[in-house]
Design a protein around this ligand. Sequence first.
Ligand SMILES: C[S@@+](CC[C@H](N)C(=O)[O-])C[C@H]1O[C@@H](n2cnc3c(N)ncnc32)[C@H](O)[C@@H]1O
Length: 367
Amino acid sequence: MGFCSNGREESEMYHAQIHMYKHVYNFVSSMALKSAMELGVADAIHSHGEAMTISELASALKLHPSKVSVLHRFMRLLTHNGFFAKTTVASRKEGGGGGEETVYDLTPPSKLLIRSKSTCLASIVQGALHSSSIDMWHSSKKWFTEDEKELSLYESAKGESFWDFLNKTTESETLNMFQEAMAADSRMLKIALEECKHVFEGLDSLVDVGGGTGTLARLINELFPHMKCTVFDQPQVVANMTGTENLNFVGGDIFKSIPSADAVLLKWVLHDWNDELSVKILKNCKEAISGKGKEGKVIIIDIAIDETGDDRELTELKMDYDLVMLTMLNGKERDRKEWEKVIYDAGFSSYDITPICGFKSLIQVYP
Ligand SMILES: C[S@@+](CC[C@H](N)C(=O)[O-])C[C@H]1O[C@@H](n2cnc3c(N)ncnc32)[C@H](O)[C@@H]1O
């Protein structure tokens, strides 16, 4: 193909270059977001109570005076990316002399970084962009040439599985960071749970398998105070947790056995595992709900990839997550067909999938 021989080819090539560079530098937007989260930009604007100029923001964040122009450039990108809104207002400075100034305000995405709010997702930004989640990508070429199907990129690069890394006593800070990120994600489900109360009606007991530190179980308990909820997770995760009359914590292993209940909840658990291990978990869930006969059910909250039904941006997010699960844990995000396979392979007779809260789906599975 000639380089500049014909207008169409030339324009196609330069579009391709833009496409390529855009994807090469996607990480800059992610990292700028992480910097804003670490600096507490959203908290500063929230505490101030109104939109702020760059100098006000720099002073509230206690930045070095030499970094005011740096902050301006970060805010320019973050504003372009929808995290802040920029407006021009009459100068509020004393003796402003009728001049104007540019002020930055919060937008719905940056409101999700306000730490005092229950919907804060700062810990997700922290965990997803932590060096332990990113460093391994430098070893992907080596991983592709290894003959170890079950080895995640994480394990190939670091010599230990992500779960082992999390559970090392010396890394308890990382375990806390991970559990806090999971809790933050669960808190986001509050409204969705209220909207799908019917899913839990008629159940006297529920076990939240891989339920972490119990954030979701607590939300369910608030909606259904009479339901007996059990949070089942690895012993080291639930060791110091205290329950209430209708909320208790049990340590154990999902691959061995799961406490009995009318229903089992699995939020963000099956995407951690490949199909074979997911079938094993689902079979143990089936056993756990067997006392309730045909009335028992397994409630899965996870991603369902739907390339034809979802828009491009949503599908990209779901596919990004698929690679996160693959590389960190050898897990996977599934489309309808893939869900159906693991569900039927585990011996269940039917299921239904409903999208809830943005990018996750609620999958009810019946014996
Ligand atoms: C991705 S987290 C999801 C946590 C929680 N369901 C949520 O969405 O916030 C997966 C959970 O599975 C737990 N887990 C991993 N392996 C387990 C095992 N063998 N037995 C019990 N729990 C396990 C982890 O400790 C972790 O809390």
